[in-house]
Design a protein around this ligand. Sequence first.
Ligand SMILES: [Mg+2]
Length: 203
Amino acid sequence: MRESAGVSKDLSGHRAVFLDRDGVINENVYYERWGEFEGPLRPEDVVILPGVFDAMRRFSDAGFLLFIVSNQGAFAKGKVSLKSLAETARHVDSLIAGAGLKVAEAYYSFSHPKGVAPFFSGESLERKPNPYFLKLAEAFYDLDLASSWMIGDRATDVMCGRAAGCRTARIVNDSNEISPSDPAPDIIADSLREAADGILVKG
Ligand SMILES: [Mg+2]
């Protein structure tokens, strides 16, 4: 039997799951000082959400490469040092590695459009909802974005995934809610665990 000229399914790009971090992997933290939820600003504020590592393991076992794509605007906004955000990111990395899981890349944007910190403030190409990091991962890891997923807890995560041509899942929890004007995700779930249930059925 002759091979077809096209690339076979087995040889096409890898599938990926792009995970927003705050509100998906770890809890958003309510900081009284600003009266709002933020991603954790210090390593000791990191609380991994229930069932997250098990869900990540199920994605890996199903052949998805795992990526983290996270906006961390707190330094740009003058709330915390960049070093503290770096230490927090490292801490999350170490918890994930400690669970025996492999994340191909953790991509962070530390800029913010309304920031005050020099060099980190103003419009940026890489910050979600722009699909910059997903397109970067596509090139470096030979991904098939159409069979990949972006999972996040904000409308900007859904916009980012859609812009890259991925399917999308949105986590809805105590620290956020969906407004009628938000783009519709393919899946709405209350946790990464529930999102994984839906995604692994759809493939
Ligand atoms: Mg988030």
